[in-house]
Design a protein around this ligand. Sequence first.
Ligand code: NAP
Length: 243
Amino acid sequence: MSQKTLQDKVILVTGASSGIGEAAAYGFAEAGATVILLARSEEKLNQIYDDFLAKALPEPVIVQFDLESAPEEAYFQLRDHIGKEFGKLDGLLLNAAVLGQRTPISNYNWQTWSKVMNINVNSQFLMARTLLPLLESTQEHASILFTSSSVGRKSKAFWGAYAVSKFAIEGLMQTMAEELENTSKVRVNSYNPGGTRTAMRQEAYPAENPEEVKLPQAIISDYIHLMSNASHDTHGQALTHQS
Ligand code: NAP
């Protein structure tokens, strides 16, 4: 039998309980990877776990984790858990995020601002920094993929903390990419999936007909490519889905 694209790789997906993260997790598993599914909803993660087994996909690992409130110690525990179970990490898809308010900055609520920054920026830093040694310990070229957005590259009115958080992600990606350029086999990129039919998209565009927006499955080949050895020399890039 021919080797699958992501055979023997271990990939952590944040926000794996729905939308793009869920679809990416299925795509990675179908391409042969063992997927670590991370989100808050244990019920949803358990359903996905059962479905993976029913479909004879590689047995995943479930991590129930709140990126808003988890203390730094929880990230070290996660690193140790993955290290003990697999001894390495080949891919880190930092996908989980929240939208926050769609309102002018003059009206933006501080609690919401802090929540968006905690989930969309601070947790991504903690995850990337803490798991980097595991990504560096793989024999292969490991991949860190941050998730961006159009408003993370050119902002628009009323996108508030969400847009600012995605700009921060681009900065984090560029900083890490330059630091690792000549010293590590780990590659770091950001990817803007573009409008995709998920709960977040509906929240952002409630008047839109969801049928007119592409399904997450339409972009999964990009994610598989960016986790595969075929993209090992793609580094420090702000990528966008090309429809
Ligand atoms: P989604 O359907 O709302 O899914 C978000 C995921 O993040 C869920 O699995 C959710 O799981 C998880 N999450 C939220 N808060 C969390 C927390 N505190 N701790 C742990 N996990 C948390 O969103 P999506 O549309 O798939 O978006 C995925 C990524 O693509 C995001 O980074 C988004 O900014 C980006 N993006 C999306 C679009 C689009 O059109 N959909 C466009 C551009 C960029 P739980 O609720 O179980 O925790």
